[in-house]
Design a protein around this ligand. Structure first.
Ligand code: HEM
Length: 273
């Protein structure tokens, strides 16, 4: 049961508020999601509308980050063109927009948009989670009785990958910025060349392993996140569209996962040095 539904149910159950519920399937097929339409009025229905708004905010901020990831992944593949091309591309990102904008102007615009996206994404996720807890008296969202695990209660695959996957990706981004962007944490040696920073870092097994783990967490997060984002924006309106959304989410998650995995793995294998 999604957080929004838990919140909606909590709001609706103690008042005469007409709800129409529609059962749909999430991409992992592990739980049902319910689309809720309320014709209630007053404070509680306003809270419900704001939950819908928060889902939309999460969707749009998430999709902005996906666009950045696709561009970043594509840029990383320039390592196959050699050091000069890669470092030249990094330099281009700082020069682009001159003289209309100051040096690094475009880069800073991208950074600010990304930072706002990250902050509102986390704020919306936390607020929806908090509402879900409050609506279920601290028990969290609904969990189905099942014989599948020892506790007899099915942990929602989606809530697990979104919540804990999100935490892992957040921690990874901090580590990654200190490593490859700021050159502050420099396993294998610091360098003013971004290309060399990658070669130095990805020659060490535990650096590669930490990136692989974080990227797999990112892949799972994106698999559900992309589906969820388009569903929140109204894309899950028929069986055919649902199938299309499932395929799109899988393709985007796999593309980003494989694309990002290539640089650390080819460097570690010694194919790029
Ligand atoms: C193996 C995968 C990745 C590699 C090899 C990689 C590589 C790099 C490099 C070399 C830089 C520094 C670029 C420069 O200084 O010009 C950088 C910056 C950055 N990366 Fe990654 N990256 C990877 C994955 C990711 C992921 C998954 C995210 C986000 C979830 C991410 C977010 C960023 C951000 C936000 C910056 C800072 C851009 C800036 O403001 O200068 N990267 N990355």
């Amino acid at each position: 049961m999604s957080m929004a539904v838990s919140a909606a149910w909590g709001m609706a159950k103690d008042r005469a508020c007409a709800l129409s519920l529609r059962l749909v399937r999430s991409p992992d097929r592990s739980y049902g999601e319910v689309m809720v339409v309320s014709n209630g009025t007053g404070q509680r229905s306003r809270a419900l509308r704001s939950s819908v708004l928060l889902h939309a905010v999460m969707a749009v901020s998430g999709l902005i980050m996906v666009l950045f990831l696709l561009a970043h992944m594509y840029g990383n593949l320039k390592i196959f063109e050699g050091r000069q091309a890669f470092d030249g591309y990094s330099e281009y990102l700082r020069e682009v927009g001159e003289p209309l904008l100051p040096r690094t102007g475009v880069l800073w615009i991208i950074r600010v948009v990304l930072l706002i996206s990250v902050l509102v994404h986390i704020y919306a996720a936390f607020t929806l989670w908090h509402r879900s807890r409050a609506a279920t008296a601290g028990a969290g969202g609904w969990r189905y009785e099942t014989t599948k695990n020892r506790r007899g209660v099915q942990r929602s695959y989606a809530s697990f990958t979104m919540r804990w996957g999100g935490v892992v990706v957040g921690l990874f981004v901090i580590y990654h910025l200190l490593h490859l962007s700021a050159d502050y944490v420099a396993p294998g040696g610091a360098s003013s060349s971004p290309y060399q920073r990658m070669v130095n870092g990805f020659s060490i097994w535990w650096v590669v392993l930490s990136y692989v783990i974080a990227l797999i967490a990112l892949g799972f997060h994106l698999r559900h996140g992309v589906w969820s984002a388009f569903a929140s924006l109204g894309g899950n309106s028929s069986v055919a569209r649902r199938r299309g959304l499932n395929q799109l989410a899988t393709v985007v998650a796999l593309l980003i996962l494989v694309g990002f995995l290539i640089p650390p793995l080819v460097i570690f294998a010694g194919w790029v040095r």
